[in-house]
Write a protein that binds this ligand. Structure first.
Ligand code: PGA
Length: 251
């Protein structure tokens, strides 16, 4: 891996203050792997407290609103996340796309708001099982990249793309290493087409049922710059095994 590997935990709607001890363990463990960038995106309610205590990890949000403020009950603006101590935000996760009707244009607007607030942004893309079975996976995913990426001048270091096949999320099923490599190559080509030279420096994470047992193999796949981890990020034991696998692969 030429770029510094990036391992991000997406806690989804899991975690009360009792989980902060787990985050502290992850933080201490991550400090032993300075060659790996590590982040956790807890529920909004834990962002501030976790960020205050974090020394080695970044803390992020799982979503943000595209607008800076206003009458949007229940939503959180990117600048509010930054104010709470977040350094990044995930946008366009397939659960948001599917359950909250977010389209590429919405994801793009959120990504642009995140960058404007000074946050790094992780833009998620991924095909459904039906789309893969129909041979449309690459077209769908590169289309999502083209439609969801923030426009204008984007510093590659602030932008990350996460490839998460919808059918692999939370299912225990993962694509073959060859399929992951092929998709990451296609995403890379699209990034270079859209961003020019800077597109070569954007990290592309793989996500979907990454765990302590399969992380090393997936992280070694061509152009996999790290992982977005759901279930296996909830305990320090499994998440730090994945961080350690990225450290080995990055050497
Ligand atoms: P999973 O989730 O690791 O539990 O499959 C990944 C994600 O949705 O980001």
């Amino acid at each position: 891996m030429a770029l510094r590997p990036y391992i991000v935990g997406n806690w989804k709607m899991n975690g009360t203050r009792a989980m902060l001890a787990e985050a502290r363990s992850i933080d201490r463990g991550a400090a032993r792997h300075p060659g790996v960038q590590v982040g956790i995106a807890p529920p909004f309610t834990l962002v501030h407290t976790m960020a205050e205590a974090a020394e080695a990890i970044g803390v992020g949000g799982q979503d943000c609103h595209a607008k800076a403020s206003g009458a949007f009950t229940g939503d959180v603006a990117a600048a509010m996340l930054a104010d709470a101590g977040a350094g990044f935000v995930i946008v366009g996760h397939s659960e948001r796309r599917a359950m909250h009707g977010e389209a590429d244009a919405d994801v793009r607007a959120k990504a642009e708001a995140a960058l404007a607030a000074g946050l790094g942004v992780i833009v998620c893309v991924g095909e459904t099982e039906a789309q893969r079975d129909a041979g449309q996976a690459e077209a769908v995913v590169t289309g999502q990249v083209a439609g969801s990426l923030p426009q204008g001048d984007v510093a590659a270091a602030q932008l990350t793309v996460a490839y998460e096949p919808v059918w692999a999320i939370g299912t225990g099923r993962v694509p073959s290493v060859d399929d992951v490599s092929a998709m990451h190559r296609a995403i890379r080509a699209k990034l270079v087409e859209l961003l020019g030279e800077g597109g070569a420096d954007v990290r592309i994470l793989y996500g979907g049922s990454v765990n302590a047992g399969n992380a090393a193999e997936l992280l070694a796949a061509e152009d996999v710059g790290g992982a977005l981890v759901g279930g296996a990020s909830l305990t320090a034991e499994s998440f730090l095994t994945i961080v350690a696998a990225a450290a080995i692969d990055g050497e």
